[in-house]
Design a protein around this ligand. Structure first.
Ligand SMILES: C[S@@+](CC[C@H](N)C(=O)[O-])C[C@H]1O[C@@H](n2cnc3c(N)ncnc32)[C@H](O)[C@@H]1O
Ligand SMILES: [Zn+2]
Length: 279
């Protein structure tokens, strides 16, 4: 059974015979040839192409495929696995999934419990790329602020460097559902920031402190490592997948184009939340 609901009338969405999803009120959504479905109504779009653009998404695809963030990927997948030990066929939703690298890796590492894995992002370009390459999950275009997902139908939500909406997460999570949020820790990308800003200001823990009740933190795990990047292409990909690229001056960008090696601190907080019930 699908977890998807119609973004217009909230009735359940079911696959139809002609490669589309439909609801009982005759709203229909075609499945694109790559296999994803676009469930973002026009009135929820704040721009023509919301979300990360092609430059950022392509840079992230190229960078992640060189395995640089795999220590993080393994840590996240292992933590998810530890939260789902007593489950078979768990339903996992990756919100703000980008081009699907983590979504796929999580699905792959959790194969033993045969999870149903979904990835969603507001960027159609990102979702198209994800669906084309990573067949281990189901993808749909939507906003995290209006998820076309049935109430209490998801066992675990993962949100990696993406916007979140605690009320929506609470609505779609099952009573015992878990929320995993990956956010930058203090020294994340310090060396890149120092090349763009006069002064490096360590990341604060504000993201995690913004998760309101009834979510209660179970634990936070810090994941830190240093990347040794030895070619300009990877360095530029890393820059382009971050907001630093858009803050850098023309002179700074020219400088980045000449850097052949750099060590970059990667520093993440992986936090697990559950929904606290009043006893
Ligand atoms: C920094 S990227 C992280 C992508 C992916 N989780 C990763 O770590 O590779 C943030 C993602 O959030 C998406 N995004 C931005 N606003 C969104 C929204 N309202 N709903 C869903 N996704 C959104 C962007 O399109 C982008 O793909
Ligand atoms: Zn409908």
């Amino acid at each position: 059974m699908s977890i998807l609901i119609c973004p217009h009338c909230q009735a359940p969405l079911e696959p139809t015979e002609n490669r589309s999803y439909g609801c009982e009120n005759n709203h229909q959504f075609d499945v694109a040839k790559e296999g994803y479905v676009n469930l973002l109504p026009v009135n929820q779009k704040k721009s023509k192409n919301p979300g990360d653009n092609e430059v950022m998404i392509s840079a992230r695809r190229n960078f992640l495929e060189e395995w640089h963030y795999d220590p993080l990927v393994h840590e996240v997948a292992s933590l998810i696995q530890s939260q789902l030990t007593d489950k078979t066929a768990a339903t996992i939703l990756d919100t703000g999934c980008g081009e699907g690298y983590y979504t796929h890796k999580i699905a792959e590492q959790l194969q033993s419990i045969s999870p149903q894995v979904y990835g969603t992002d507001i960027s159609k370009y990102a979702v198209r790329l994800a669906a084309k390459r990573y067949k281990s999950a189901n993808y749909f275009v939507s906003s995290v602020f209006n998820l076309p997902v049935a109430d209490h139908s998801v066992d675990l939500i993962v949100s990696i460097f993406a916007p979140f909406d605690a009320a929506e997460f609470q609505r779609v999570l099952s009573e015992e559902g878990k929320l995993v949020i990956v956010s930058p820790a203090e020294n994340h990308m310090k060396e890149i920031a120092e090349l763009v800003y006069d002064e490096f200001r360590p990341h604060e823990r504000t993201i995690l402190e913004k998760i309101p009740e009834p979510f209660a933190k179970v634990e936070t795990k810090r994941c830190s490592f240093v990347l040794d990047l030895n070619n300009n292409k990877s360095i530029l990909n890393l820059l382009k997948m971050t907001p630093y690229y858009w803050s850098a001056s023309a002179a700074q960008l020219r400088h980045f184009e000449t850097i052949e090696s750099i060590q970059v601190s990667c520093d993440f907080n992986i936090s697990i939340f559950e929904i606290a019930t009043v006893k």
